[in-house]
Design a protein around this ligand. Structure first.
Ligand SMILES: [Zn+2]
Length: 289
């Protein structure tokens, strides 16, 4: 009897996960470019944007002379990204900077193509350089729970994800991040700090503006919460670092989280995460070295 119940529950869980996956894939086939764009306003009323051309979010933040883009999508999201970009009225050429939060394929996927088309300069973590140059995401993290482990394996099969992307070759005009730094942003007219936020991966960085917006890549997510992700990264290489990074973002005044996956959310969610899971968060030093 007990065994039957367990089997029924497991099958129900799998069917549910399958449906979620189907829904998710359908979402990402959206063809109306306007549906991929969300417009926000900063504390001064200036517009900034989220573009969701696939599974990943990119953000456009106004900077001196144009725009800073935070992250790309997979290589094959680029066509949809350009269509969505045209909805905002921003031309590829006015993207002056690209900040890659970490060297994962769905964050750096079309960086090389965008760079070719726009001539943008890069802001990239030093720890990401090897994988960016190789065009290969090296992955040794773990799913945050077994349900997400199953669904991500299914996704990997459906997507035929090989973790590769056209290599990105930073040069001396680009900014390589080695420790928390305001200066690269100051130079381009953005008030904020670039901070080291490892835990999802060893090379994860975030941009926190002085008005409390955290563009944090995969340091937090609003994704698969229905499977228990609870606003945490769905994959983690180091739990204590991951929660330590969230603490750090809060301590820097992050009030709104603009993450790589899913819509923006407020800091209360992160406070809940830390209360529930993050008791042994690691206080790291804010340097990638
Ligand atoms: Zn990632």
């Amino acid at each position: 009897m007990k065994k039957t119940i367990v089997i029924i529950l497991a099958l129900t869980g799998l069917a549910f996960a399958g449906l979620r996956l189907a829904a998710f894939l359908a979402d990402n086939r959206a063809t109306d470019p306007a549906d991929m764009v969300e417009r926000y306003a900063d504390a001064d009323g200036k517009a900034f944007y989220r573009i969701n051309a696939g599974i990943n979010n990119s953000y456009l933040i106004p900077c001196r002379g144009g725009w800073l883009l935070v992250d790309t999508g997979y290589p094959d999201d680029y066509g949809r990204f350009k269509k969505a970009l045209s909805v905002t009225g921003i031309s590829p050429g006015s993207i002056k900077w690209l900040f890659i939060t970490h060297a994962h394929d769905e964050h750096a996927g079309f960086a090389a193509a965008l760079r070719r088309d726009s001539g943008c300069r890069l802001i990239v973590p030093e720890q990401s350089l090897r994988d960016l140059r190789a065009g290969q995401m090296v992955w040794n993290g773990r799913a945050v729970n077994w349900r997400i482990d199953i669904i991500s394996r299914l996704y990997g099969l459906v997507k035929r994800r090989d973790m590769r992307f056209p290599p990105v070759q930073p040069n001396r005009d680009d900014v390589i991040l080695v420790k928390d730094d305001r200066r690269p942003l100051e130079r381009i007219g953005i008030r904020g700090t670039l901070v080291y936020t490892p835990g999802h991966s060893p090379d994860s960085w975030s941009l926190v503006t002085d008005d409390g917006r955290a563009f944090c890549g995969d340091a937090a997510m609003n994704f698969l919460n229905i499977l228990g992700a609870a606003y945490r990264p769905i994959f983690i290489t180091d739990k204590r670092q991951a929660y330590g990074s969230l603490r750090r973002l809060l301590s820097l005044g992050a009030g709104e989280f603009y993450t790589g996956h899913g819509p923006a959310f407020g800091k209360e969610r992160i406070e809940e995460v830390l209360t529930r899971f993050g008791g042994d968060a690691l206080n790291h030093t804010g340097t990638g070295r």
